[in-house]
Design a protein around this ligand. Structure first.
Ligand SMILES: O=C(O)CCC(=O)C(=O)O
Ligand SMILES: [Fe+2]
Length: 127
């Protein structure tokens, strides 16, 4: 058993993480999620729609992207036992560019597209 009851905010060094709750009886220990990020944007702010929670249930698992920023709240009583599998393809093929998964990259790309469309509309309106 780990000598602490909470896990700080982080991303996993994995492409996909499988987190299986094995038991036992406990209160607390919820996971909180704050959006997928690449290395460049890992410390950027969280948008309201990216806030999510997952309460562990013994016998159930959650599968999430390693780059999905998360942490675990304190287990306030009892004992929580989880099996965590950090999964990725073989090391030499490990994907390090997560920009296509990153919520911040996607948001910025969308903003650029909107600005381009707005600029095009302005050109058509003026001419
Ligand atoms: O305690 C948990 O359920 C999450 C642990 C975790 O995120 C990790 O070990 O990477
Ligand atoms: Fe984790």
């Amino acid at each position: 058993m780990l000598p602490f009851s909470w896990v700080g905010f982080h991303v996993d060094d994995s492409e996909v993480t499988l987190n299986v709750c094995l038991g036992k009886e406990f209160f607390g220990g919820e996971l909180y999620f704050r959006g997928v990020r690449c290395d460049k944007h890992v410390n950027t702010g969280t948008h309201q729609e990216e806030v999510g929670y997952y309460s562990h249930i013994p016998g159930r698992a959650v599968l999430h992207r390693g780059r999905h920023r998360h942490g675990a709240r304190a287990t306030t009583s009892g004992e929580r036992l989880n099996l965590i599998m950090w999964c990725r393809r073989e090391l030499k093929r490990y994907q390090t560019d997560f920009s296509s998964w990153c919520g911040e990259c996607l948001r910025r790309k969308k903003e650029r597209q909107h600005r381009a469309v707005a600029a095009t509309k302005m050109v058509y309106t003026i001419s």
